[in-house]
Design a protein around this ligand. Structure first.
Ligand code: HEC
Length: 113
């Protein structure tokens, strides 16, 4: 290899590595659990009914749950295995990622009793 070849190879290698790292980083965020900031944004609709304080006021509280349980329940509404028509409609509007985001956000809150 000539000197030029070597330096061109090195440069190409760095670029490829940077691209790979970029991919890994973005791949990570896709795999990671729900996006809490997105969940907070989406939650504005929920908290017109569900109390953020975690108090029961005719409508069950949904804060502080394990994320997996929250996702399962939302899936049950989406699949209409749970019968509440209001929640069926609401749950049906969200994508799987959005529900994971809501689960991350509400799960991170503590009920204040
Ligand atoms: C119009 C009022 C209203 C809105 C808005 C609403 N909910 Fe609900 N939600 C209810 C009611 C009423 C129930 C109880 C239904 C039942 O008995 O199955 C419920 C139940 C739930 C449950 C199950 C609670 C339990 O203890 O079983 C979850 C989880 C839930 N809602 C999440 C959400 C999320 C997330 C949002 C926002 C995207 C939302 N809800 C928006 C009225 C609402």
């Amino acid at each position: 290899m000539t000197r030029e070849c070597v330096s061109a190879f090195k440069q190409g290698g760095v670029v490829a590595l940077a691209a790979l790292l970029g991919q890994l980083a973005s791949g990570d965020s896709a795999i990671a659990a729900g996006d809490r900031a997105l969940g907070e944004y989406l939650s504005s609709e929920c908290v017109t009914c569900h109390q953020l304080s975690g108090r029961y006021q005719g409508i069950p509280p949904i804060v502080g749950w394990p994320e997996q349980s929250f996702i399962e329940i939302m899936d049950e509404y989406r699949a209409k295995r749970r019968s509440n028509p209001v929640m069926q409609t609401i749950a049906g509007k969200f994508s799987t990622d959005e529900i994971a985001a809501l689960a991350a956000y509400f799960g991170s809150l503590k009920a204040k009793n």
